[in-house]
Design a protein around this ligand. Structure first.
Ligand code: NAD
Ligand code: TYD
Length: 345
């Protein structure tokens, strides 16, 4: 059964806000718990203003989390609050350990106390395929792939996944875990590859490609991730893990070229094709070569299907950034202008 009362941690972030927009449209009662870090953007929820409550709080704050559960009385917590950017985790791993590891343990404790009084409650943990480490040219991550994280970000997410399983196995807390591939789409903070490249194109700035641009990511449109999260919430089994991905592998160079080609068509540049702006820069330290998801479990047991291919999703995304500078311009001007992160170790 679909949960009626949902807490969404990190609901002002990229994926969390897409989930909140959907839950609100479906008429659920939503409490967003968000610290509003540099990545938390309240304006991402403008479309559903008045349809959700916001608690500006840190998930590491045990008493505030206890109170949030007791007062809101959730059926589910969708836990998305995290530090999410690999390059920032290279520059400053401490905050990643604090929020992703300590914060998850704190939230689990509050959830456990709440579940003991409300046995229908479910803790749903949102995680990444990066916990599995890096693939060579062949093969896919399955739910049975051993964990082998390399960056401080992926190591902190791996730790959080282990904590969630430990609370299930030790205390019996009902949990579900999803490990999803790289997301993209509207309201994506412009530190990540796809929005950074779109906005640098529009500003006529260099498009920084790490190394030779040969690293491969498996891209999923954010609303397809959200549909998977809702399905797992409604129909997923207790204690189970589901990998989420839509078989859209691309090298980074292919991604950048696809954005350039789309913009050449939609917003041609007088100075020549956007691909003239491609600039190869020093590689990311410890750069994982390839991620690719085998989503068979989610597709076969729950019937999930993504609605977008990479080609349709990237077009929608480029269009959205062209039409919504009200959202990204203040972020580029006041929060993050697009400078290189995570290059020095
Ligand atoms: P994001 O960085 O856009 O948003 C994170 C949100 O969490 C922000 O609103 C921020 O203010 C909030 N937050 C950070 N620290 C907090 C704290 N201590 N207390 C309360 N709120 C806090 O991240 P995203 O890309 O939307 O990712 C959401 C989740 O999905 C993360 O757990 C991430 O690991 C996971 N994930 C992301 C991707 C991806 O491609 N972006 C893929 C798979 C999984
Ligand atoms: P990113 O969007 O940071 O996601 P993740 O590191 O979680 O996969 O990066 C996606 C890929 O793009 C990754 O292989 C690093 C690369 N990249 C660039 O080549 N240039 C950039 O400016 C950025 C931010 C990333």
């Amino acid at each position: 059964m679909a949960s009626k009362r949902c807490i969404v941690t990190g609901g002002c972030g990229f994926i969390g806000s897409a989930l909140v927009r959907r839950l609100c449209r479906e008429g659920r009662d939503v409490l967003v718990v968000d610290k509003l870090t540099y990545a938390g953007v309240k304006e991402s929820l403008k479309e559903v203003d008045g349809l959700y409550d916001l608690l500006v709080a840190d998930i590491c704050d045990q008493s505030r989390m206890d109170r949030a559960f007791a007062e809101f009385r959730p059926d589910t917590v969708f836990h998305l609050a995290a530090e999410s950017h690999v390059d920032r985790s290279i520059d400053g791993p401490g905050e990643f350990v604090r929020t992703n590891v300590v914060g998850t343990a704190t939230l689990l404790q509050s959830a456990l106390a709440w579940w003991r009084k409300n046995p229908a409650f479910v803790f749903q943990h949102i995680s990444t395929d990066e916990v599995y480490g890096s693939l060579g040219a062949e093969g896919f991550f399955t739910e049975a792939t051993p964990y082998s994280p390399h960056s401080p970000y992926s190591a902190s997410k791996a730790a959080s996944d282990h904590l969630v399983r430990a609370w299930h196995d030790t205390y019996g807390l009902p949990v579900r875990i999803t490990n999803c591939s790289n997301n993209y789409g509207p309201y994506h903070f412009p530190e990540k590859l796809i929005p950074l490249v779109i906005l640098n194109c529009l500003d006529g700035k260099p498009l920084p490609v790490y190394g030779k641009g040969a690293n491969v990511r498996d891209w999923l449109y954010v609303e397809d991730h959200v549909s998977a999260l809702c399905l797992v919430n409604e129909k997923g089994a207790d204690g189970e893990t589901y990998n989420v991905g839509g078989h859209n592998e691309r090298t980074n160079l292919e991604v950048v070229q696809a954005i350039c080609a789309t913009l050449d068509e939609l917003r041609p540049r007088a100075a020549g094709p956007y691909s003239d702006l491609i600039t190869y820069v020093a590689d990311r330290p410890g750069h994982d070569l390839r991620y690719a998801i085998d989503p068979s479990k989610l597709m076969d047991t729950l019937g999930w299907r993504p609605a977008e291919s990479f080609d349709t999703g990237i077009r929608k995304t480029v269009r959205w950034y062209l039409d919504n500078d009200w959202w990204w311009r203040p972020i580029r001007e006041q929060r993050y202008a697009g400078g290189r992160l995570g290059a020095k170790v």
